[in-house]
Design a protein around this ligand. Structure first.
Ligand code: NAD
Length: 451
């Protein structure tokens, strides 16, 4: 390892290395906590100054992380939040946790990765380690991040070589916001460098913050492993979504089938159907693989088919609502549909790519009067493809009995399903949330239809 690498290794070992986390969102903020808890000094950098200001005041903008984290950060003498990129030059290790969305053509949009790498590049100096954590296609770290860093240095008249003067690695984030009992430091971490020295330095660093580290031979293996994890989920969710429709025709309840199948102690992992995919990862990441596969002359047919099936789910849910209203002698046109839960998954206030938006759009197009209740989301933020101006209503007797159909999209903890069963006439349930309320037949007056 070069002298610059040895010097950084020493700082990692005695924890005097200063760490910057770039992008203080769902992934970056919990990572700040893990690195801080390990004993390092941490800079939190974000281009969104509102977030930086809130952290400075000890205020949380991600409800599922709780107020305590923001308060602890504000009072820590080892944490500093900033929106001034010059601060990045003072860090020894810089970790990029920025968004990796897709564009209108469903192709990778690496503008945030490039933008953040340019910010680092403008202050790049010998002895720095830059780690990309954002989900992306294999080759991004080596072919996109490294050239940006090297060129930025050249633009300043400085020659800095990757693997000699500065170091670059990839380590995929596996955060699962809202999952109880699992913090960042407990989730095993894959680490791969663009060269051996970078891999070693990144591994040495993460070993001090995360309980289990799995070093891999290259940054590409790390990038591909993350995509495998997410494609695996997308494909298996599509499978149960398709089987839901098939079994439904046979009058077989998919939820009971899955409960039975998962008693097998090996060779089976349970995935559950739903109203469609949501969130930053599963609906998006497979397209990163599909795009890269095309570049190397291959098709990803599983990925395409899974996407096709999963994208049809909102339409299926809306049809189910329409049919169920019809059975009650009503039509979607003019009926009131009260949606329970609009977040893309339980116990988070995250609405990115949530199927609820498409379902609301389809219901509204068919003439329904749509309302929603979500304990974590008071209104819809501006979204790329939707403009929804609804506000969350209380989940009370008058809203429930006033609705022609209650449609369950997200089963947040703490929602009283028995109460819904007692005060609604028709419930369309995409999450099997009413299973217990329905069992207690004396209490549940609602007709419950699974979708
Ligand atoms: N959210 C998850 O559950 C999850 C899980 C695993 C992996 N990931 C991946 O992690 C990455 C980040 O996702 P996220 O959910 O944390 O996103 P996020 O939108 O919650 O946070 C990203 C943050 O980056 C900031 N940002 C954007 N450009 C920047 C720049 N040039 N410099 C500094 N800050 C910048 C944004 O202001 C925002 O605060 C993505 O690649 C995502 O696919 C997300």
């Amino acid at each position: 390892m070069s002298g610059a690498g040895e010097a950084l290794l020493g700082k990692i070992r005695d924890k005097s290395a200063r760490v910057a986390v770039v992008g203080l969102g769902y992934v970056g903020l919990p990572l700040v906590r893990a690195v801080l808890d390990a004993g390092f000094s941490v800079i939190g950098f974000d281009v969104d100054d509102a977030k930086v200001q809130m952290l400075g005041r000890g205020e949380s903008y991600l409800k599922h992380l709780g107020d305590e984290l923001a308060q602890n950060l504000a009072s820590s003498d080892r944490f500093e939040a900033s929106s001034d990129e010059q601060i990045l030059g003072s860090a020894d290790i810089v970790i990029l946790c920025v968004p990796t969305p897709i564009d209108e053509r469903r192709e990778p949009d690496l503008s945030f990765v490039s933008g953040s790498a340019q910010s680092v590049g403008r202050g790049l100096r010998a002895g720095q380690l830059v780690i990309l954590e954002s989900t992306t296609y294999p080759g991004t770290t080596r072919d996109v991040v490294v050239p940006i860093l090297e060129t930025s240095a050249v633009d300043r008249g400085v020659s800095l070589r990757s693997g000699e003067d500065f170091f670059v690695a990839y380590s995929p984030e596996r955060e699962d916001p809202g999952r109880a009992g699992m913090v960042t430091s407990m989730i095993p971490k894959i680490v791969g460098g663009v060269d051996e020295a970078s891999g070693t330095l990144a591994t040495e660093f993460y070993t001090r913050c995360i309980e289990h580290i799995y070093p891999v031979g290259s940054s590409e293996i790390g990038e591909a492993a993350k995509l495998l994890e997410n494609v695996y989920r997308a494909v298996n969710i599509a499978l149960v979504n398709e089987l839901k429709l098939v079994f439904d025709r046979m009058d077989i309840d998919i939820w009971e089938v899955i409960e039975a199948a998962k008693t097998k102690p090996f060779g089976f992992e349970a995935f559950y159907p739903g109203p469609g995919l949501g969130g930053h990862c599963i609906p998006i990441d497979p397209f990163y693989l599909a795009w890269k596969a095309k570049q190397v002359g291959h098709e990803t047919r599983f990925v395409e088919l899974a996407g096709e099936i999963n994208r049809k789910m909102p339409e299926h849910v809306v049809s189910r609502v329409g049919e169920s209203l019809c059975e009650d002698g009503k039509s979607l046109d003019g009926s009131t549909v009260l949606i329970v839960g609009v977040a893309y998954k339980p116990n988070v206030d995250d609405i990115r790519e949530a199927p609820s938006a498409e379902i609301i759009k389809l219901l509204t197009e068919r003439g329904a009067v749509v309302k929603f209740h979500d304990p974590l989301i008071s209104s819809f933020p501006s979204m790329r493809r939707y403009n929804i101006r609804l506000r969350s209503v209380p989940l009370d007797e008058s809203e429930l009995s006033g609705a022609d159909c209650v449609l369950i999209i997200t089963d947040h903890d703490g929602i009283d399903w028995d109460y819904i069963g007692r005060h609604s006439s028709l419930v369309v349930d995409t999450r099997n949330a009413m299973v217990n309320a329905k069992r207690n037949a004396g209490d549940c007056v609602a007709r419950v239809v699974k979708a």
